[in-house]
Design a protein around this ligand. Structure first.
Ligand code: ADP
Length: 370
């Protein structure tokens, strides 16, 4: 169990790539912290610096109050689980799990007890313990890789995209198993993924990264409801938030969002208008999530001056809900509605926008305004 602190941490690879740019972060004891972002944003590098597998170019990392910049990985008391499992092919599952403890010269009886306890937690059978990794499915191999980490009873677990090589169904199952494991072991877990669904479902908090920079650190629902910038707003949530570029205009009756020359205009709610007065005449981006758009006739939130006429382009029934892809002039946007609603391709609909739920971003900085 451990608190992990990053202070002004930078990583510049030979050749000049700034993979991590001045990261500041406190990961609490027993917290499940997820790093998420597109490929190349610096999440693995950050994790590998915490593990000690990558040197820090500048800054400080501490684990449990001890600065570990110069501490070799084996002495940091953390365990890492990799995407490719990194099991020893010539050893049995038992030996794979026991090996780290054998190297550390633990008594045989204690090793046996720890391996069997970990196997029991993870549902690895006695018979599987005697097999070689190649005789296991992907999900079983990943369990062994996790088991090998558990037996060490480390201060913190680090996971680098551990589920990426599994099929969709096994990924969902292992996701739940790792979450359960976290509740059971009560240890600090730091988890890297490019998959925002994994991040949302597993994390106590989520760190969103882009181009080596931490964009936002927050609890999943806070990230979803209160994104700090357009990147976070667009990255978290599926289908993604809809964006429209335009300006804020002062009209009779209040503020409006309007697109220059293209005709689409929508009235801003009065309680949001106060925060937008400084942006009158300036470029903004209007963002609204697909679930906050619905047919006017069916939307409890429908208000005059807050609709858009659009044509249905694609309908994707998902069971519980339907994604309706719409087009209006040069816009494409998505509505996410109840699974029993009907829409047909080519149909013209008046779509209402729930303006209580929308966001406005500064057109230049892309930071949220309200
Ligand atoms: P992520 O895990 O988010 O996909 P990485 O941390 O692996 O991102 O990489 C961040 C950036 O650092 C990328 O631009 C990547 O190409 C670069 N990078 C990663 N490892 C090395 C390395 N060993 N040498 C040089 N550049 C690297």
């Amino acid at each position: 169990m451990a608190k992990v602190i990053l202070e002004n941490v930078c990583k510049i690879y030979p050749g000049g790539v700034k993979a991590v740019d001045n990261a500041n972060l406190e990961i609490n004891d027993q917290e499940f912290m997820v790093f998420v972002g597109p490929s190349g944003c610096g999440k693995s590098t950050t994790l590998r610096m915490i593990a000690g597998l990558e040197e820090i170019s500048s800054g400080k990392i501490s684990i449990d109050g001890r600065i570990v910049n110069d501490v070799p990985p084996k002495d940091r008391d953390i365990a890492m689980v990799f995407q490719n499992y990194a099991l020893y092919p010539h050893m049995t599952v038992y030996k794979n799990m026991a090996f780290g403890l054998m190297l550390r010269k633990y008594p045989k009886a204690e090793i046996d007890q720890r391996v069997r306890e970990a196997a029991q937690i993870l549902g690895i059978t006695d018979e599987q313990l005697e097999r070689k990794p190649k005789a296991l499915s992907g999900g079983q191999r990943q369990r062994v890789a996790v088991g090998r980490a558990i037996v060490r009873k480390p201060k913190a677990f680090l996971f680098d995209e551990p589920l990426s090589n599994l099929d969709a169904k096994m990924r969902v199952q292992m996701r739940a198993e790792i979450s359960k494991l976290h509740s059971r072991l009560n240890s600090t877990m730091i988890y890297v993924t490019h998959d925002q669904v994994e991040a949302m479902t597993m994390g106590d908090r989520i760190v969103v990264m882009k181009d080596g920079l931490i964009q936002q650190v927050a609890e999943p629902i806070d990230l979803y409801d209160n994104p700090k910038n357009m990147f976070v707003a667009g990255f978290i949530g599926s289908p993604p938030m809809n964006f429209f570029k335009g300006v804020i205009e002062q009209r009779s009756g209040g503020l409006w969002f309007a697109e220059s020359g293209k005709g689409f205009a929508i009235r801003v709610n009065d309680d949001m208008a106060g925060k937008l007065t400084g942006h009158v005449g300036k470029a903004v981006v209007f963002g609204i999530r697909p679930e906050d758009i619905n047919e006017k006739a069916l939307a409890s939130f429908a208000k005059p001056d807050q609709t858009m006429n659009a044509t249905v382009e694609v309908v994707e029934p998902m069971g519980a809900e339907v994604y309706i892809y719409l087009t209006s002039g040069t816009h494409n946007f998505t509505a996410r509605v109840n699974g029993h609603q009907r829409a047909t391709v080519g149909q013209k609909l008046e779509m209402a926008f729930d303006m209580k739920k929308c966001h406005f971003f500064d057109g230049a900085t892309e930071q949220v305004v309200v």
